[in-house]
Design a protein around this ligand. Structure first.
Ligand SMILES: *Cc1c(COP(=O)(O)O)cnc(C)c1O
Length: 383
C-alpha cells in the first residue's frame, strides 16, 4: 500500500525520517538502545520481536524512502527474503519466480523449497504475460527482481503487479540493485519490497543486513514468522545502518551519474564489447527502466572485455576486485568466477553470461578517475 501522494523529498526523508533524538540530554541523533529486556507495561519489546527502538529507526527511514507503511530489518538480505516468502506460503502452495534471480535466491528455491512441499515455476520475465500463464490454483506468490544480476535485465513492475492483483496473489520484488532511491515498487502496485541492506543501504561495504517494507497487514504476517525464525539485527549494527541511510540519496545519485558516464565511455571504447546498462538507449529494457526507475538508472552495469578479463582486473589501480556491490568504492567481479561459477560454461552461455563478462559496481569517486583507471588497464595495441 502506497503511503502518501505528497511526500517530502528523499533527501529530507533520508536525514529526518525515524529521528527522535535524545530527549534526556537533547542530543540530535538517536541513542543506541542496547537493552534486550524491556518493561512490558505498554508494549512487549524484544530484539527477536523486531520492535526495538534502533530496529524501528532503520525501518522508518527505509519505509519513508520506499513510500511504504512499515517494514522490518533483518540480519541479512537472505534472512529477509526467506522469512518474507515463508510467511506467505505453506506446504502445497506454488510460487512463480522470474528466472533471472540473485544466485542465493535461485539456490534457495533449488535446494529448500521442494523439501518443504512448496512448488515453484521460473519464467522469462521479458514478457510479463509469462507470469500469468504460469499461474495455478495453488499459486500464492509472484517474485521478481529488477534490474537483474548480472545483465541488468528489466522486468515491467507495474504489469506484474497488475497480474498479481487480478489473481489475488502476493507480489514481491528484490529491489536491491535499484536501491530505495531509484525505484519504489509499492507505488507501482507491488505488495512486498525486499532489500539486501548489505549493498546500497549499508553502502560502505561493512554491514550485513536486510530490510523488507510493505503494508502494516502484510508486515505483521512477516513479523509473526520472523519471531520464530530469528534473524534479527542487533542495536549497534542498526545504528550503523541508520547512519548510512542519512547519506544514501547523495551516494546513489552520484553513483547513477558516474555509471551513466562510464557506460557511455565503455560503449564507445573499441576494446570493450557489449555494455549492459539500463541507461543506454540500446539496452532492451531502457524504456521500461526510464518509466519505473524514477530516481535514476542505477550504479550497476556489466560489459564484455575483448582481452583477458583477469589481466585487466589485475591492472586496475583502485577499482577493487570484489564480490558484493553498492559500496562507496567501485568494485569489479567476474560473474563466471563468482555468482555463476556453479553453472557449466554451456549453461552460462545459454543465459548470456560469457567468460568475458565483467560486472561493475560504480562507486562515488570522481568519474574521470574511474575512466582513467579503466583506460590504463586496457591492453596497449601491439603491431
Ligand atoms: C546480496 C543480495 C542478496 C542477498 O543479501 P545478503 O545480505 O547477502 O543476504 C539478495 N538479492 C540481491 C539482488 C543481492 O545482491
Amino acid at each position: 500500500m502506497k503511503k502518501s501522494n505528497n511526500r517530502l523529498s528523499p533527501l529530507t526523508l533520508a536525514v529526518h525520517a525515524g529521528s527522535v533524538g535524545d530527549p534526556l540530554f537533547g542530543g540530535l541523533v538517536n541513542p543506541i538502545y542496547q537493552s534486550s529486556a524491556y518493561n512490558y507495561d505498554q508494549l512487549v519489546r524484544y530484539p527477536r520481536y523486531f520492535n526495538t527502538p534502533n530496529q524501528e529507526a532503520v525501518v522508518k527511514k527505509v519505509a519513508a524512502l520506499e513510500d511504504a507503511e512499515t517494514g522490518l530489518v533483518f540480519s541479512s538480505g537472505m534472512a529477509t527474503i526467506l522469512t518474507s516468502i515463508f510467511a506467505m506460503v505453506k506446504a502445497g502452495d506454488h510460487i512463480i519466480f522470474q528466472n533471472d534471480l540473485y544466485g542465493g535466491v535461485h539456490s534457495l528455491a533449488l535446494h529448500e523449497l521442494n523439501r518443504y512441499g512448496i512448488a515453484y515455476t521460473m519464467v522469462d520475465a521479458a514478457d510479463p504475460r509469462n507470469f500469468e500463464k504460469a499461474i495455478r490454483k495453488e499459486t500464492k506468490v509472484i517474485y521478481i527482481e529488477t534490474p537483474s544480476n548480472p545483465l541488468l535485465k528489466i522486468t515491467d513492475i507495474e504489469a506484474v503487479g497488475k497480474i498479481a492483483k487480478r489473481h489475488g496473489l502476493i507480489s514481491m520484488i528484490d529491489n536491491t540493485f535499484a536501491s530505495p532511491v531509484n525505484q519504489n515498487p509499492i507505488g507501482l502496485g507491488i505488495d512486498v519490497v525486499l532489500h539486501s541492506g548489505t549493498k546500497y543501504i549499508g553502502g560502505h561495504s561493512d554491514i550485513c543486513c536486510g530490510v523488507m517494507v510493505s503494508s502494516k497487514k502484510l508486515t505483521a504476517l512477516v513479523q509473526a514468522s520472523a519471531s520464530h525464525f530469528g534473524g534479527s539485527l542487533d542495536a549497534n549494527t542498526c545504528y550503523l545502518v541508520e547512519r548510512s541511510l542519512k547519506t544514501i540519496v547523495l551516494r546513489v545519485r552520484q553513483q547513477n551519474q558516474n555509471a551513466m558516464a562510464l557506460a557511455e565511455f565503455l560503449e564507445a571504447e573499441p576494446k570493450i564489447g557489449a555494455v549492459y546498462y539500463p541507461g543506454l538507449k540500446k539496452h532492451a529494457g531502457h524504456a521500461i527502466a526510464k518509466k519505473q526507475m524514477t530516481g535514476g538508472l542505477g550504479g550497476m552495469m556489466s560489459f564484455e572485455i575483448k582481452s583477458d578479463p583477469e589481466k585487466f582486473i589485475k591492472r586496475l589501480k583502485f577499482i577493487r576486485k570484489a564480490v558484493s556491490l553498492g559500496g562507496v568504492e567501485s568494485t569489479i567481479c567476474s560473474p563466471c568466477k563468482t555468482s555463476h561459477v556453479k553453472l557449466s560454461a554451456a549453461e552460462r552461455k545459454k543465459v548470456g553470461i560469457s567468460d568475458q563478462l565483467l560486472r561493475l559496481s560504480v562507486g562515488i569517486e570522481e568519474v574521470n578517475d574511474l575512466i582513467a583507471d579503466i583506460q590504463q588497464a586496457l591492453p596497449i595495441e601491439t603491431r
